[in-house]
Design a protein around this ligand. Structure first.
Ligand code: HPA
Length: 278
């Protein structure tokens, strides 16, 4: 067995020993959005430092804990904090938890982030459902020998942002009077925010928002047949020329929208049908 695959199996058995039921839905909580974790009932918390082979982020606003429990009737496993490409981690490192989730039997990944708005309609403090992405790093967590345990050599990843999940999220947003935009997320490697010219370029390419996370995890999820729902909290107006984004501004605006975000994600989880295979 390949080294990385062995590590995934080791982590899976460590987690299985600490939980009773198979998790159905995995959630990755982005910058300033960790509060959803406190809504998880009957929860078991495991700091990443205690999970074999899990790596920890050193970025402020990212806590570094796995939280396993229930939201309504669904078994969930949430990552409060994630590692990033700009911290020097490889795409494979970033994808590692997704491989673990796949083998644990997770069927749906809800991935969240704080992002800069490129479309001027996306003002700071608004929510955008990710309908598709553009991978500006041109790197992939699937580079290297394919691990057939997780998925095929040449996976089609079109449609990974699942239409059924998007329909559910949209209906929850309209019931709850939450303004949920839709758009394309561009992944930039960072850690520097973009220049004005880069933002113009991303707009021409068809991006509505830009951020430094999410895409590596989504590619790994697609590889393993996990359906994805992506939600960006728009934290700064990247479209405004000369605007200088700061990490504090990003965290503040993400936390302003947190109440709507928590309602949206929790009610969507309530309505997601689970097949319970495996
Ligand atoms: N650019 C890139 N990543 C980000 C931004 C941004 O403007 N805001 C939050 N994450």
């Amino acid at each position: 067995m390949e080294e990385n695959e062995k590590k995934v199996f080791e982590t899976v058995s460590y987690i299985r020993e600490r939980i009773i039921e198979k998790p159905d839905i995995a959630i990755i909580l982005g910058s300033g959005l960790g509060g959803l974790a406190y809504e998880i009932q009957n929860r078991v918390e495991i700091p990443y430092d205690e999970v074999p082979n899990f790596k920890n982020s050193l970025v402020e606003g990212h806590e570094g804990k796995l939280i396993i429990g229930k939201i309504y009737d669904k078994n969930v496993i949430a990552m409060q904090g994630r590692i990033h490409f700009y911290e020097g981690y490889s795409m494979q490192d970033i994808a590692f938890p997704i491989r673990v989730f796949a083998l644990l039997g997770v069927e749906v990944l809800i991935v969240t982030n704080a992002a800069g708005g490129i479309d001027p309609r996306l003002s700071p403090g608004s929510l955008m459902m990710i309908t598709d992405h553009i991978n500006m790093s041109l790197q992939s967590p699937l580079t290297g020998k394919n691990s057939d345990t997780f998925g095929p050599r040449f996976p089609a990843i079109n449609g990974v942002y699942d239409k059924g999940l998007m329909t559910i999220a949209k209906s929850v947003a309209s019931e709850m009077n939450i303004n949920l935009h839709e758009g394309v997320y561009a992944f930039m490697p960072g850690p520097q925010y973009e220049t004005d010219a880069e933002i113009k370029m991303l707009k021409i390419l068809g991006a509505d928002a830009v951020g430094m996370s999410t895409v590596p995890e989504v590619i790994a999820a697609a590889h393993s047949g996990i359906k994805v729902l992506g939600i960006s909290c728009i934290a700064n107006a990247a479209w405004r020329e000369g605007a200088m984004a700061t990490h504090n501004e990003v965290l503040e605006n993400a936390s302003k929208v947190e109440k709507d975000f928590v309602t949206l994600v929790m009610d969507t989880i309530r309505k997601i049908p689970i097949e319970n295979k495996g």
